[in-house]
Design a binder for this molecule. Structure first.
Ligand code: KG4
Ligand code: ZN
Length: 333
């Protein structure tokens, strides 16, 4: 068995088709094709997503191989996202992985999408993954707090309704911003005052989150304003919303740090690209004298390279999938 396998990774859980080639924790190529077709609907249309994956996936595999300067004969395994995600989208990745594994005579490695977000911060990092850390995964579909202890990844908190990214996107839609709105709100917020408008921070027990109340509060707030209010106050509204979402996230993170005495915090998922979240978490870790590991921005939103580290670990353990493997739509833990 090759101790430094070249792994072709496939990610197709939602509306980004992505193919990467990784070796150990190194990213040799990582191509992401985001589907712009959904923008006019203000959200992802599952049927369109599956059809776009079918169009994109084979050309992207060729591109990822050529960017990694490898041929298919040099690939030792195929890793793919098994779930959670949109069933039709996942099926395209799973079926492609099966076909390539059969055709190239290499094993298949199923990877959980949320675990991939957790471990994305360790890709392209020049050090071993620590045995213990606290991980906050914040994306368009999930907001979860994990505790990694030895080899076990334990879910300790999650959202009870909307995900943080979903809150950014749905509120962005109310403000007339294009989908996905997270990055737009982040950019506009840099020109605004985060204390201009006060929105509620949900008080949920333990380490769980809730963002649906914020969405409703913003809706009612906007309904009470004049027609020009949004255009005249856009930067301040964005800064205030971003502040509320990030404070909601970091309060639970701080509670978990108080309760668990962990000394490393890791972020993952599309929202971990948010500049204010990154600076708040860095500041909190500095104040506590603990480490903060942030994924490279290119590894935050859905991408295939984030599968690399788990896939490598499974390869070494011989944990392969067989041809009966099927995708799952809902989170497994
Ligand atoms: O991880 P991801 O690509 O997909 C899921 O697995 O859901 O995350 C996409 C989410 C979207 O909701 C998008 O608005 C959000 O990440 N996002 C951001 C930023 N960049 C992406 N949210 C806030 N600030 C950003 N800079
Ligand atoms: Zn994701």
């Amino acid at each position: 068995m090759n101790p430094s396998p070249n792994i072709l990774c496939i990610e197709s859980s939602c509306d980004d088709t992505s193919i990467a080639v990784t070796m150990l924790h190194k990213v040799k190529s990582n191509i992401v094709s985001s589907q712009l077709e959904h923008q006019k609907y203000g959200g992802v249309v599952p049927e369109i997503a599956s059809r776009e994956h079918i169009k994109q996936i084979i050309p992207l595999i060729d591109l990822a191989l050529s960017e990694a300067q490898l041929t298919s004969e040099q690939i030792d395994a195929i890793a793919f996202t098994q779930g959670p995600g949109l069933m039709g989208s996942l099926l395209v990745g799973v079926c492609t992985a099966k076909a390539l594994a059969q055709g190239w005579g290499v094993p298949m490695i199923p990877v959980d999408h949320l675990q991939a977000h957790v471990y994305s911060a360790f890709m392209d990092l020049d050090e071993e993954m620590p045995d213990q850390f606290l991980s906050l995964v914040v994306s368009g579909g999930h907001t979860s707090l994990y505790l990694q202890e030895e080899t076990e990844l334990k879910l300790i908190g999650k959202t009870r309704d909307d995900a943080a990214g979903e809150a950014f996107d749905k509120i962005g839609k109310m403000l007339g911003l294009p989908y996905p709105a997270g990055i737009e709100i982040d950019t506009l917020a840099t020109q605004g005052d985060s204390k201009a408008f006060a929105f509620p921070i949900a008080k949920i027990p333990d380490y769980d989150y809730s963002f649906s109340g914020l969405k409703t509060a913003v809706l009612y707030f906007l309904q009470k304003q004049t027609p020009d209010f949004i255009s005249q106050n856009l930067a301040d509204i964005c800064a205030s919303i971003q502040y509320t979402i990030v404070e909601t996230l970091v309060r639970k993170l701080q509670k978990a740090l108080d309760d668990t005495s962990q000394t490393i915090v890791v972020l993952g998922g599309g929202v971990s690209n948010n500049s204010y979240l990154r600076s708040r978490v860095t500041e909190i870790c500095q104040e506590r004298g603990i480490r903060c590991i942030l994924p490279k921005p290119s590894l935050t939103t859905d991408n295939a390279a984030m599968l690399g580290l788990i896939a490598y670990r499974k390869f070494i353990q011989g944990e392969f999938g067989d041809f009966s493997v099927t995708p799952y739509a809902r989170a497994q833990h």
